[in-house]
Design a protein around this ligand. Sequence first.
Ligand code: SF4
Length: 252
Amino acid sequence: MDPSAAPVLEVFASYQGEGLFVGQPQTFLRLAGCPLRCRYCDTPHSWPVPEREASDDWLTPFGAMLRVAQVELNVDRPIAVTGGEPLLWPGFLLGLRKVSGDRALHLETAGHDLEALEAVSDAFDHISLDLKLPGDLARPAKSSFPSSVLPESASDWDALRVRQLDLLTARTASACLKLVVTPGTDPADFEPLLADVARCAPELPLFVAPASPREGSYLGDLASLDGVVAAALEAGLEPRVLTQLHRALGVR
Ligand code: SF4
């Protein structure tokens, strides 16, 4: 098996539903595997990694580009690499850059592995970083991903966040940040995170997203959302609230 191969869960053309490029027609390349366990995760089917030997889902970057070409109807779109957690597969990500020519590549990540994020950062034209509230994370599935560098405690995540923000602000290419607000969240829980963003990366676009249920649209807690937005404004940031467009359109 080619060492740059990765498990590709799905490839499809759709509209970007979140972040700085919301509404842009993109081709999505979803990689399998995630060691995190966000309590609001809407793609838990992406968590497991299929066996290499027993699966046709492991593709080289070139094989993945062939799948991309099959779904694009002859017009190249920016490719959004999503997951799961794509940083589990840095060799694949670097290989994808080599075989995708001048195509725009976007990365959607939680950035749990800073070394991998640093290694692949220059391969992407845009990085969308999910900032996790430690309280939204169940214990990571470390035993399934022995090569991963996983923050284990809230203080680990706090330390990682500062380094993630420093890395993204040092990039010349674009980046944005996303927070997910679940119903019942105490806005005060976000204050340390927002203080880090204000100190380290105030210029990065900050999107505040109400958590979507796995089916249907958001019916949740506007008071929590308003509270987080107010806390972001108080921190001197310019938050933008954005629900998931693809959910509203009823597409993947
Ligand atoms: S990082 Fe993404 S795929 Fe992994 S559990 Fe969290 S929301 Fe789900």
